[in-house]
Design a protein around this ligand. Structure first.
Ligand SMILES: [Zn+2]
Length: 84
């Protein structure tokens, strides 16, 4: 327990987690990305606006082109959510 507390304090906590947009492959901090989660019931992607939904998520940046390509690219989802 004590060791764990030590690790979480210090410089490391200031580094922001970075995710990759699955369309353009650019990297952004999480807040700059939209998270999508696969919904098995509706077989569609759901926007996870709070970024806390369960399941495998995929990140897409807020560039309009990326968003469109992501939402229309059903082939892409298979890879992003490992549906096969
Ligand atoms: Zn992008």
């Amino acid at each position: 327990m004590q060791k764990r507390l030590k690790k979480e304090t210090g410089k490391i906590s200031k580094i922001q987690p970075v995710r990759t947009c699955i369309v353009c492959r650019r990297q952004f901090v999480k807040e700059k990305l939209q998270r999508y989660v696969w919904n098995f019931d509706t077989e569609n992607v759901v926007l996870d606006s709070r970024q806390n939904m369960a399941g495998r998520g995929a990140y897409c940046c807020m560039d309009e082109k990326c968003e469109q390509m992501f939402l229309t690219g059903r082939q892409r989802w298979k890879r992003a959510f490992r549906l096969n």
